[in-house]
Design a binder for this molecule. Sequence first.
Ligand SMILES: [Zn+2]
Length: 330
Amino acid sequence: MRLCATCVLPENFPNIKFDEDGNCNYCNSFKGEEKLREDKAAYFEKFKELIKEVRDKGDYDCTLSYSGGKDSSYTLYVLREVFNLKVLVLTFDNGFVSEQTWKNIAALTENLQADSMVFKPNFSILKKIFRYAVNQPMYSPKTLERASTICTSCIGLVKFIFLKIAIEKRIPMMAWGWSPGQAPIRSSIMKINPALFKVTQDAIKKPMGKIVGEAINPYFLSDAQFADEAVFPYNISPLAFMDYDENKILEKLHQLGWRSPKDVDTNSTNCLLNSFANQIHIDRYNFHPYAFEIAEMVRTGVMSRKEGLEKISEPGNDATIKFARERLEI
Ligand SMILES: [Zn+2]
């Protein structure tokens, strides 16, 4: 398989084009590390301004969507220790959270002194959605460039369940632990636009509704909630504009009591469904669902091309794939 000479995207990636030097169109549109540094500094200042505006207006300054993985764990550290924000930590339990991850969530929320809530949807509903996602596409083809259909399902639920909580509690910011490959800097601080989010909600809720019916309603916003524009928070992705060095991140997390789960693959430090979801995606589309994100990290100098290639060619963890199959009865 031919790969981009600079990043790790393969020739069968949707809409990819290579120039005569073998570089892809995504690498050719990257504006360079200098520009990225300027943008990061500008967004760091923008975030400080936003904090001045919203701090201490309510019970919490922001939510954090917290998987217990290394990126969102580090984001919790940044929010608490760098910016001193009052954080409500929200964890989505998809039924596949590893034992070590629960220990990590307890350690980090205690050591960084944050309140924490877990939302676990009725597993029979999740199971129906995951089983469906294994066998057929559910969402727009564009979503397949960024994640497996199973991952897109989980993230879709997380986005709207937690937005609903933020709106109901009048919390002005929602923080996310997206890695620099997942969150482009230009969308790292963004007030949520209800009209746009209604379109996004429909794109996820409708396919799920076809599978589980009205049982899906509690996880999404009502029309009345969409009508009240003033209560919509900002989405924030701090790791997009902070320095990101995986070794330093792991060192800091270790000091805070976080330990790497041994039972997950290299791309996910928290989810026991991830290996299976990746395998299904690779079998069907012949590229790794993390390829786009890892390509961006290679392009922007966050990781070397060699490390990136290792991450996308690592075989899935057989034991967790077996566990996922058994739990989903597939
Ligand atoms: Zn490239």
